[in-house]
Ligand binder design. Structure first.
Ligand code: C2E
Ligand code: CA
Ligand code: CA
Length: 687
């Protein structure tokens, strides 16, 4: 090797770039260490070095060949094929010629592009991401912001590259935790991540998750800071939509059951720790079902929204107004006082405000309807409550109180008291017992005489008796409402009719004419198949319908009165007589009486109880009797217990039929037969 080349070896040997020196025959004279690193140790340097134009392309040319022809540098990236190693190294070629010892040599520099290509790929990767990303250098200056990051921040890559990441944080980021805690986490744990708000501009503010990571070298110097920014506006929107669905009522936008339960729990806890009292109001609209059934669900919905609008201003923002379902609302007033009496006074006063607000007329579509509410009030914690009531119990207590308000006629408040729990328990027992009762074993029909002014039994009312093996005698006043609610009354009522028909037929055939009255529950009456069932029973028992009176209450006629009228007409055309039971207690609109083909009015016992003497009741009894006589209806007075009562009634109307303890208690069929039917066989005087 000529001396000049040897000295060249000393120069290029340690250079970082890969270098090959060729002689004028284009034979490699020397390669430096950086070049040799790529090669197999056994590589013969005289073998041609192959270059490809594509990373995976197969078209190759040899370096020596290029040196022979080319006078210019190749600027494009080429791939150096390393023999025996399936490796291609991206390079850019640079050729320098020089004279040494009168020979023209070529010095070829192969710039290794591996790192650059990796960085390019990394940048492309970064730019393909929807998340904003940046990388800083060791000084914290942003060197690589990706497209998304520029877009989120509204800053150009140039602007960002003139900032440190700290400067950017201070300019656009609002943290929910103190800044030094973030820096501490970065230094101690090399990363931090959390929710932030980005203030890119006045218009572009959004919530994001920002993650910062610190890359250190082996000497614990900061090499890079890597930042990732993720817009979470959509996620937050979806979350709030989900919570809206989960915690709020769709129709009214009020809190729903889940949310109010949660709030009640919190108030209970506060009450326990502060020895205070909270109040829950359970509001149920009166007659909502009728409005819904008559005008449709849309109208019902409108009513609910209007009620909400009336209640919201009253409730304010300290208390919570919620809608449970249907027409049930609740108001939760948080704990305010340690004095139960004060809580009570406040609750009653607020309850009547709620009542007043709801009690009004509402314009719905083209109709104007009246609505009012029944409100149950529960002040909690309940005194010496061992159960440590939770929210669902408090709700059920307020609900029980609301039912009491309903029972008393609605449009009023009722304060929860512990005895209601016992009553509710008994109701549950009754429901259980009813569901398992054997009609023929446990039930019996009794008869109570209805007599004329001479004391002669003209007819009898069928009254149901239930003797439960464990509960003992259960009054119909108790179990009939429960059986109506659970609809067991349909089966029970059919059973009563069957028995009563058979009894009526037997007595009429064997002894003498006697009319039998049977109570028909509204639930039974409104059953679709009621008429068919009764016709079936008629045929089956062969009873003469002209000996049967069906007692209906006024309530029957309110609901769906057109259909009710048709049903009554049908019953009458079959031969039955129809009586209006408990007359005077219901909707005393007498206009509907005009249309009804009925035969009898039964004056409710509440009016009989205080006559003679109570002038109001006397007047009512008088007017009912008047009405009956103008319409040519029979009249029955029930609950007659004294001679004075019967005298009064007979004096008002000699045709009145009298029913009550003065004449007879309800009796089993056998006893009734012995005392009121057999002895009077001869007279044959019936209604
Ligand atoms: P109701 O139809 O008004 O029956 C009259 C109630 O007054 C009966 O109560 C009867 O025992 C009672 N009573 C009769 N005379 C007197 C009296 O002089 N003084 C007093 N204080 N009470 C008197 P009961 O048998 O307890 O029945 C209660 C209610 O249960 C009945 O009221 C009726 O609504 C219902 N009920 C009874 N049996 C049946 C039935 O078979 N079907 C249906 N759906 N309801 C029935
Ligand atoms: Ca009756
Ligand atoms: Ca009655």
């Amino acid at each position: 090797m000529p001396e000049s080349i040897a000295s060249l070896t000393a120069i290029v040997g340690p250079l970082k770039e890969a270098i090959v020196v060729f002689d004028d025959k284009h034979q490699p004279l020397l390669v430096n260490a950086s070049f040799r690193k790529w090669l197999d140790p056994n590589q013969d340097l005289n073998d041609p070095l192959l270059l490809c134009t594509q990373k995976r392309g197969s078209i190759a040319f040899d370096l020596q060949g290029w040196l022979k022809q080319a006078t210019q540098n190749l600027t494009q990236t080429l791939w150096l094929k390393i023999p025996n190693r399936s490796l291609r190294i991206p390079v850019q070629l640079q050729r320098h010629t020089f004279n040494a010892d009168q020979i023209e040599h070529s010095l070829v520099v192969l710039h290794d592009l591996t790192l650059k290509i990796q960085l390019d790929a990394q940048e492309r990767l970064m730019n393909a991401s929807f998340a904003g990303q940046f990388i800083t250098d060791g000084q914290g200056i942003i060197t690589q912001p990706n497209y998304a990051f520029c877009a989120y921040t509204g800053l150009s890559a140039e602007q960002l590259k003139s900032m440190t990441y700290i400067q950017w944080l201070q300019k656009q980021v609002s943290f929910k935790v103190p800044f030094d805690s973030i820096m501490r986490a970065l230094i101690d744990e090399q990363n931090w991540s959390g929710e932030v708000q980005i203030f890119a501009s006045k218009e572009a503010q959004f919530n994001a998750i920002l993650s910062l990571s610190m890359l250190m070298d082996e000497h614990q110097n900061i090499e890079h800071i890597i930042g990732v920014l993720q817009d979470i506006t959509d996620i937050l929107d979806a979350q709030s939509e989900i919570s809206q669905l989960a915690y709020y009522d769709k129709l009214t936008g009020l809190a729903n059951r889940t949310l109010i339960q949660d709030r009640i729990e919190k108030v209970i806890e506060a009450c326990q720790s502060e020895q205070t009292f909270g109040t829950l109001f359970f509001i149920d609209l009166d007659g909502f079902k009728i409005i819904n059934d008559t005008f449709g669900h849309n109208a019902g919905d409108q009513l609910l929204v209007q009620v909400t609008e009336k209640l919201l201003p009253l409730v304010g923002n300290k208390a919570t107004l919620a809608r449970l379902s249907g027409d049930e609302f609740m108001v939760l007033c948080p704990n305010s006082t340690q004095d139960r009496d004060v809580a009570l006074q406040d609750a009653l006063a607020f309850g009547s405000k709620l009542l007043d607000a709801i009690d009004s007329r509402y314009k719905i579509e083209q109709h104007s309807v009246h609505s009012a509410a029944s409100i149950g009030i529960c002040i909690f914690p309940i005194a010496e409550d061992q159960l440590q009531s939770r929210s669902d119990q408090i709700i059920s207590y307020a609900d029980m109180a609301m039912s009491e308000a309903k029972k008393l006629g609605g449009n009023q408040t009722y304060l929860f008291e512990k005895s209601l729990i016992e009553e509710a328990k008994q109701r549950l027992e009754l429901i259980e017992a009813l569901n398992h009762s054997e009609l023929d074993d446990e039930f019996q029909i009794y008869f109570q005489a209805q007599v004329d002014k001479d004391g002669e039994t003209i007819s009898a009312e069928t009254l149901l008796r239930w003797f439960h093996p464990e509960l003992g005698f259960v009054s119909p006043a108790k179990f009939i409402p429960v059986a109506e609610e659970g609809r067991q009354i349909i089966k029970i009522g059919l059973w009563v009719m069957h028995k009563a028909f058979l009894q009526a037929k037997a007595w009429n055939k064997k002894y003498r004419p006697i009319r039998i009255a049977i109570n028909i529950s509204p639930i039974q009456f409104h059953e679709q198949s009621f008429i068919e069932l009764i016709i079936g029973l008629m045929k089956f028992t062969q009873v003469d319908p002209r000996t049967i009176t069906l007692e209906l209450t006024e309530g029957v006629l309110i609901r769906n009165s057109k259909l009710a009228l048709q049903k009554i007409q049908h019953l009458v055309s079959l031969g039955f007589e129809v009586s209006i039971d408990d007359f005077g207690t219901g909707y005393s609109s007498l206009s509907y009486l005009q249309k009804l083909p009925i035969h009898e009015l039964k004056i409710d016992q509440s009016f009989i109880a205080q006559v003679p003497g109570n002038l109001d009741d006397e007047a009512i009894v008088d007017s009912i009797i008047q009405l009956a006589s103008t319409k040519n209806l029979k009249i029955v007075a029930e609950g007659v217990e004294t001679k004075a009562q019967s005298d009064f009634l007979i004096q008002k109307s000699p045709d009145v039929l009298l029913q009550g303890f003065l004449y007879s208690r309800p009796l089993p069929a056998i006893d009734f037969e012995e005392r009121y039917i057999k002895p009077y066989q001869a007279t044959e005087k019936t209604a």
